[in-house]
Design a protein around this ligand. Sequence first.
Ligand code: PXP
Length: 238
Amino acid sequence: MTKLSVNINKIATLRNSRGGNIPDVLKVAVDVQNFGADGITVHPRPDERHIRYNDVINLKPLIKTEFNIEGYPTKRFLELVKKVKPHQVTLVPDPPEALTSNAGWDTVKHQVFLREIIADLKEEGIRTSIFIDTNSENIIHAATTNTDRVELYTEPYARIFPDNPEKAIEPYVEAANLARKQGLQINAGHDLNLENLKFFNEHIPFLAEVSIGHALICDALYYGLEETIALYKAQLNR
Ligand code: PXP
C-alpha cells in the first residue's frame, strides 16, 4: 500500500500566527502517527516562517514512523538533516521566498550539484528523493544523480484533474514508468486531495509514498484529524 506522509508545516504556520505553542506541533505529530499516518514530513524554510529548525530537532525522537525532511539544500539545511538523520530527505529547488514549492529540479543543469549532495546524504545513511516534474529529460538525468527516489510534482495533475482526469494522469503514468525503468522509486506530492488522490494512486500501482499537507489539514477542520487521516488512507487502499 502507498504510504501516507503528512506534512505538518501548516500546523506550525497556525502556531506561528499567534506566538505561543498552540497548536502544539510536537503533539500533533504524535497524534498524526497514532491516527494511522505512515510518516511525517516537514519543510523547514530559511526564514522559519512555517516549521522551525528547532521543531525538526525536537520532532526526531517522537517520530516512530517515517521522518521525511524536504527543502532546498543550503549549507544550514544540510547541517540540520545530518544532525537529525531522518529516514528520507527530499531535495526541492525552491527559492527562499517561494510561497510553496512550484517546480521540480532541472536535473540536466543541476546534475553535478545534486549528485554531490546525494552522495553526501547517502554516506549518512539517509534515503534521498528529488522533487521533479514529468519531463522525460529530467527523469533520465535524475537517475544519474544516484538518488533513490523521485517525488513527482503533482500540481499540474491536480489542476487538470477536475476537467479531464485521463489527460491529467497521462504524463504521470509515462514519467513514473520511465523512472521505474531507471531503477528509481516513486513518491508524489503537491495539491493531492480527497478528490484526486485515489485516481492518481490507482494509475501508478507501484507508487511508494505521497506527502500531503494543505488539503489534509484543511479537511481536518471539518472531519477532525483522526477521521481525515482514515479518509486519506482509504484512498490509498488498492
Ligand atoms: N511535496 C513538496 C516537495 C512540497 O514542497 C509540498 C508543500 O510543502 C508538498 C509535497 C505537499 O503539498 P500540499 O501541501 O499541497 O499537500
